[in-house]
Design a protein around this ligand. Sequence first.
Ligand code: CU
Length: 165
Amino acid sequence: MTSSTPFAAATLAGALILAPPVASARDYDAGTLHIGDPWIRATPNAAPTAAGYLTVTNHGKTADRLLGGASPLARAIEPHTMSMTGGVMRMRLAEGGSEIAPGATLALAPGGDHLMLIGPKRPFKPGERVPATLRFARAGAVKVEFVVRTGPRPGEMSMPGIGAH
Ligand SMILES: [Cu+2]
């Protein structure tokens, strides 16, 4: 072929990389667990926490638990659960982690259970990726990348001093 081929290939590769208008997260497999679409809600300046969401499907025969995780961009990652107390949704630490029963999918989504990134080192901007290591009771440590999005914001859900998630 002529010398124009490498140029054409490079142009095509560039177009493919630049094409997606919205940052999408990838999925991950860890043993019998399938982790889908990890994302974090974009945070304003000086936000003390950020909420992370994903799904975990357990294709195995034994229950596992999502215990939390770590990220170089936050002080800690905790599993949080939501509950209704006196007509107000509140979140608290999921003691012992969030269970993923055999054959079940744990769905962490806005308005419900979530991962809480405590003490973000800086604001998370839409489109950027936040590396993290999730920790499971059985599957162990699993490296993922959360994609930062604006996402839907649920109604009034609060924890004193922390704000909406
Ligand atoms: Cu929380």
